[in-house]
Structure formats: structure tokens, C-alpha cells
Design a protein around this ligand. Structure first.
Ligand code: F6P
Length: 325
């Protein structure tokens, strides 16, 4: 295998707080260890359009605390095609990039795995998504910050919910995973969470209403995982029809969950995994994601990282149930 001299970095998919800290870590650790760094702008689209620029340590000064991504990001349709990936590979070769670090979520790491399989290029993934749905790492970069943002929002919603004695359905992001919903519900003292991991087993709304929504409380907050069909609006409409005595409101938190300064935890996770990515390259690792499990930096094959069945600890459901009486 030829010696790696130049590392490319890109961010892809939904931005997540802490991505900048990860860009900084890969850039600085790369330069420290003698690599050249090239930044790819606008995710995989930038690889296809050749939006690639040399990066120095100054390029990443002062960004550790900034939300979003200074490299911009995109959900590239063209990269999903074989022709798109060929163009991207040709531009990687022309730029002299022999290892590519991709910071992103499930779709982005799937893209990294594909280009690595089709062409002779070393790809290293960093888990950058608020959804926390990547397998093999306890947390993803951005998850902790988003959780804190949700909790702050719910604290505010509780003030008005209590004042008016209303039921609030608060919809949070997470795509197909309920990590954000379940844990933010516990952290904000919400009365219930409706999550995809539980949706096939029970009618979660019925279970919650049967438990006695207002046994001891005159207002309540239900955190609902986003879903195209069964989001917060769906449950609010059901309560309006099935329990017309209740005064119901919906709050969809939306993209404000993705913005903001990254928490200390996310900055540390980004810094550790960024340094881990450069170490992995030096060790000759290929096509892995760098994560942290049980406080240890770990390398997870990309094919495993993108598995859709990251374990969800069902004891969390019990914790919320018991504490929301
Ligand atoms: O994957 C991150 C995420 O924020 C999901 O939670 C959400 O479903 C999706 O991205 C929204 O994507 P977009 O910003 O492209 O609408």
C-alpha cells in the first residue's frame, strides 16, 4: 500500500454541533504528524465539482466553539450514482488526496463505504450526527448538544404548559431513532416519550392515556420522535378526537435543534475521534469509523457503523415511566 501523504476532510449530510471541532482536530493532528491537509467544501458535491482547497492550522483557528460546519455540507444526489462517485474519485486523485475523512451520519458513511469499495481509497468516518444512530459508538458528535437544546426548549414549554394546564406534544428530530426523544424526555422531566423503537409493540398514546395522564398533574409534556405519518400533529389530533376534554398544543422544534455552540462533551468527542482518525491512517486502517465506546477510542468497520439496529436500552422506557407518575 502506497504511503499516505495527503488527507482530505469533508462534512456531509445534516450538520451537527461539534463538526467544526472535528475538522480542527483532523487538521491539526494531521499537520502535527506530517500530513498535508486538503478541505473539500459542500460535502460529496464538492468532491464532484472539485471544490477542494489546501488547509493550514490557521484555517481552523477559533472554530472549536462554532456550530454548523465551516466546510458547508450537502446531501449529494449525484454521489449516490456510480458516475458521481467516479467523478469524485478522479478529483481526489487529481488533488493528491490518498485518505479521506468523512464527518457525517448514516448516509454519509454509506457513501464513504461505497467509494472505498469501488476505488482504491482509504476512507475514515467520524460519527457526526445529532441522531446518535451510528452503531459501535456510544455517542455521536452533536447528540449531546442537541439533547441540551431540547431540554432547554422543553423547560420553557413547561412554563406555559403549566400556566394553561395543557398537554403539549413536542416533536424532536432523530430520523428513525428515538435516542433524542427518550433521553431528552428523561432529562426534561417529560411525562412520556413516543419513540419508533416502541411503535410496533404497543399503541404508545393509548398506554400513556391509560396510565392516567392527569392522575396527579394538570399539565403534561409528551416528547414525540419525528415521523412522516405519526409525528406530534398525529397524536395531538388523536387526543382532540378521543379525549376532547383536554386542551392540546403542538410544538415542533425543527432545525433549531441542529444549531448552536457545541457542548464540552461534543467538543471532546470530536477532538478525540479526530485525533483517532489520523492515528488510524498512520496504523494503516482503512474503511472504518472512529468512535468512543466505554470511554475508549474504537475503530468500527464502516459496514457495521451504518447498521440500522443500534441497540436501544429499553430500561430507559421504564425509567421514564416510573419517574413520570
Ligand atoms: O440526520 C440529522 C437530521 O437532523 C435528522 O434528525 C432529520 O430527520 C434530518 O436530518 C433533517 O434533514 P434536513 O435538514 O435535510 O431536512
Amino acid at each position: 500500500m502506497a504511503k499516505i501523504k495527503t488527507i482530505g476532510i469533508l462534512t456531509s449530510g445534516g450538520d451537527a454541533p461539534g463538526m467544526n471541532a472535528a475538522i480542527r482536530a483532523v487538521t491539526r493532528a494531521g499537520i502535527y504528524n506530517g500530513f498535508d491537509i486538503k478541505a473539500v467544501y459542500r460535502g460529496y458535491d464538492g468532491l464532484i465539482t472539485n471544490d477542494i482547497r489546501p488547509f493550514t492550522t490557521e484555517n481552523v483557528s477559533g472554530i472549536i466553539g462554532q456550530g454548523g460546519t465551516i466546510l458547508k455540507t450537502a446531501r449529494s444526489k449525484e454521489f449516490a450514482t456510480e458516475e458521481g462517485r467516479k467523478k469524485a474519485y478522479d478529483n481526489l486523485v487529481a488533488a493528491g488526496i490518498d485518505a479521506l475523512v468523512v464527518i457525517g451520519g448514516n448516509g454519509s458513511l454509506t457513501g464513504a463505504m461505497k467509494i472505498a469499495q469501488e476505488f482504491d481509497i482509504c476512507c475514515i468516518g467520524l460519527p457526526g450526527t445529532i441522531d446518535n444512530d451510528l452503531y459501535g459508538t456510544d455517542n455521536t458528535i452533536g447528540y449531546d448538544t442537541t439533547m441540551n437544546t431540547i431540554v432547554e426548549c422543553v423547560d420553557r414549554i413547561r412554563d406555559t404548559a403549566q400556566s394553561h394546564e395543557r398537554i403539549f406534544f413536542v416533536e424532536v428530530m432523530g430520523r428513525d431513532a428515538g435516542f433524542l426523544a427518550q433521553n431528552s424526555a428523561i432529562a426534561s422531566g417529560a411525562e412520556a416519550a413516543i419513540i419508533p423503537e416502541d411503535s410496533t409493540d404497543v399503541d404508545q398514546l393509548a398506554r400513556f392515556m391509560e396510565r392516567g395522564i392527569r392522575k396527579s398533574k394538570r399539565s403534561c409534556i409528551v416528547i414525540v420522535s419525528e415521523s412522516p405519518k405519526c409525528g406530534a400533529m398525529y397524536y395531538a389530533d388523536r387526543v382532540r378526537k378521543e379525549f376532547p376534554d383536554y386542551d392540546v398544543r403542538v410544538s415542533i422544534l425543527g432545525h433549531l435543534q441542529r444549531g448552536g455552540r457545541p457542548s464540552a462533551r461534543d467538543r471532546i468527542l470530536a477532538s478525540r475521534t479526530g485525533v483517532g482518525a489520523v492515528e488510524a491512517i498512520m496504523q494503516g486502517q482503512r474503511n472504518i469509523m472512529v468512535g468512543v465506546r466505554n470511554n475508549e477510542v474504537v475503530y468500527v468497520p464502516l459496514s457495521e457503523a451504518i447498521r440500522s439496529d443500534k441497540p436501544f436500552d429499553r430500561k430507559l422506557i421504564k425509567v421514564l415511566d416510573e419517574l413520570s407518575i
